[in-house]
Design a protein around this ligand. Structure first.
Ligand SMILES: [Zn+2]
Length: 56
C-alpha cells in the first residue's frame, strides 16, 4: 500500500483503480518510474486471466 495512484498508459489520467483505466479501459501503470516492479507482472497476470474468461 505504498503507492495507490495509477496512471493510464493510454489517456494519461490518474486513477485509484489497480487493474485498468475507468475512463478508457486501458492498462494502468504506477506513475513514477519503476525500477523493478513485481506488481506489473501481477497485473499482467490478472489481465490475462480476465481476458481468458472473456471479461474484457
Ligand atoms: Zn485511460
Amino acid at each position: 500500500m505504498r503507492w495507490l495512484l495509477r496512471k493510464c498508459t493510454s489517456c494519461g489520467r490518474y486513477t485509484l483503480k489497480k487493474d485498468r483505466c475507468p475512463y478508457c479501459g486501458r492498462e494502468v501503470t504506477v506513475p513514477h518510474p519503476p525500477r523493478f516492479s513485481p506488481h506489473d507482472k501481477y497485473l499482467e497476470y490478472r489481465y490475462r486471466l480476465k481476458k481468458e474468461k472473456g471479461l474484457l
